[in-house]
Write a protein that binds this ligand. Structure first.
Ligand SMILES: [Zn+2]
Length: 204
């Protein structure tokens, strides 16, 4: 499928779930490897209402085609594509990821295991898998934050995503379809973990 259309479709799916409210979130797909160019959502767009004009091509430090500016978080997408075998990077701002990214920040991350849905993550074959989702402090300095992303991805070579504190989830995939699946799986797991903690707190 056309890369642009697949990013538009991802926006509609995630909006239906409340994961990209306002103009939050951003999506990219690798349009070319050498030289590296991304098809990426431009800033200020609602991801549920994307049109082809809302996706620009970015490479060599600038917008190569399309109008408007690339997402403010483009550097993070480039850091992920450079550090992982990834052809698509998707970023969402759900309530559950936001809450857990704050609650678990002191531990530096969040371990998830024992859920059948873990098997939706690439390479995972059992619910006994332990997924470590690192949490990074949020930062408006994208150069500094992208350096931190590279460091964390190196430190946790098996992770399928990470959280930015009180901000949201980043995940990726070998293509847009796999990245969409990872968003759905991780958002499901985060909601399950947060809701079960909430239910446990009622009993105590
Ligand atoms: Zn964001």
């Amino acid at each position: 499928m056309d890369l642009v259309q697949s990013l538009i479709d991802a926006g509609r799916r995630f909006d239906a779930r409340g994961w990209v409210l306002g103009t939050s979130g951003n999506f990219s797909a690798v349009a070319s490897r050498a030289p590296l160019a991304l098809a990426i959502t431009r800033s200020g767009t609602h991801k549920g209402d994307l049109t082809p004009a809302d996706i620009v091509e970015y490479g060599d430090g600038r917008v190569l085609s399309g109008t408007g500016s690339a997402s403010a978080e483009t550097r993070l997408h480039l850091a992920i594509v450079g550090a992982r075998v990834a052809a698509a990077v998707l970023h969402t701002h759900s309530i559950w990821s936001t809450l857990l990214s704050h609650r678990c920040a002191q531990a530096g991350g969040l371990a998830i295991s024992g859920y059948e849905m873990l098997k939706g993550l690439a390479g995972v074959t059992t619910h006994e898998h332990r997924e470590w989702l690192p949490i990074l402090d949020n930062d408006q300095d994208m150069a500094r934050l992208s350096d931190e992303v590279v460091r964390v991805l190196r430190e946790h070579p098996g992770c399928h995503g990470f959280l930015l504190r009180r901000h949201g989830l980043y995940t990726w995939g070998a293509d847009v379809a796999e990245a969409v699946r990872h968003v759905e799986i991780l958002e499901f797991l985060l909601e399950s973990v947060a809701r079960s903690e909430e239910a446990a707190s009622w009993r105590s």
